[in-house]
Design a protein around this ligand. Structure first.
Ligand SMILES: [Zn+2]
Length: 263
């Protein structure tokens, strides 16, 4: 039974049998895995609070031949992102990142770039300077890594290069922008201004260490919020619970996400 030690982010954790936990976690070198932590509800020594969702830890686990589930042996916290828990909206955003990984990433497909993306953006949510547009950048980068990159440089109908000074429409079904000549004044799809398109193009390529230097205008925040999360839902063909939670918070508390963008 090979034993592994690897950095991981806990995605989901569920009480299982009398004292065990069933845990979904995303490792740096083995991808997304599911496993059983025997006695986790009793053993603070072996697992501490490291199995809480969205904790970054070092996990020790082993595989049993012919078993789908791995066995978790030990867990040590690297980063608990404690400030996320000070703000219910941040909890919503962090849960959204976790749900996206759970829904869009296949089990046992290692992807170091994706692991770096997740830990980088959990750290950004944990920071006081967090802004909503960071979530849009995460979405775009995740879409690219998962093979669903939207077309933001050419019209998906006539293939003409996008004119950055004009508005375009965004078709979920066609997976990208439609130019003015092709949508011919109809209002079938959501509109993105030239400024918003430039921001999104920049977000597709910016180095992760420079993300905090990118500021969306309130218009870019609003337009991209109407497009990207729903594009993801259309691609995975199911609604995302954490997205509804974020939207509900925005409505019930009167929290306008654009406030976050203006900081
Ligand atoms: Zn066109």
């Amino acid at each position: 039974m090979p034993n592994y030690i690897n950095p991981a982010v806990i995605l989901h954790s569920l009480d299982f049998a009398e004292s065990d936990k069933l845990v979904t976690f995303f490792t740096r070198d083995f991808g997304k895995l599911k496993g059983v932590a025997k006695g986790a509800k009793r053993s603070r020594k072996r697992f501490g609070s490291g199995l809480e969702p969205l904790t970054y830890c070092t996990i020790s686990f082993f595989e049993k031949e012919s078993a789908q589930l791995v066995r978790l042996d030990h867990c040590a916290i690297v980063e608990s992102y404690s400030h996320i828990h000070d703000d219910v909206l941040k909890v919503g955003y962090a849960s959204y990142l976790g749900e996206l990984i759970r829904e869009m990433v296949a089990e046992r497909e290692a992807n170091r770039e994706l692991f770096k993306l997740l830990t980088t953006f959990l750290s950004l949510i944990n920071e006081p300077f967090f802004r909503e547009e960071f979530i849009r950048i995460f979405e775009l980068r995740l879409l690219a890594l998962a093979g669903y990159q939207p077309e933001l440089s050419r019209c998906v109908i006539c293939r003409k290069a996008v004119n950055g000074n004009r508005e375009h429409q965004f078709s979920e079904r066609k997976g990208g922008l439609i130019c003015f000549e092709c949508f011919k004044g109809s209002r079938e799809y959501p509109t993105l201004s030239g400024g918003t398109i430039k921001m999104l193009q920049r977000a597709q390529t910016i180095e992760l260490t420079k993300v905090k230097r990118l500021f969306f205008s309130p218009q870019a925040c609003e337009e991209s919020r109407k497009v990207l999360p729903h594009f993801i839902e259309s691609r995975i063909e199911k609604p995302l619970k954490s997205l509804r939670f974020i939207e509900h918070l925005g409505e019930s508390k009167g929290v306008k996400y654009t406030n976050k963008c203006l900081k």
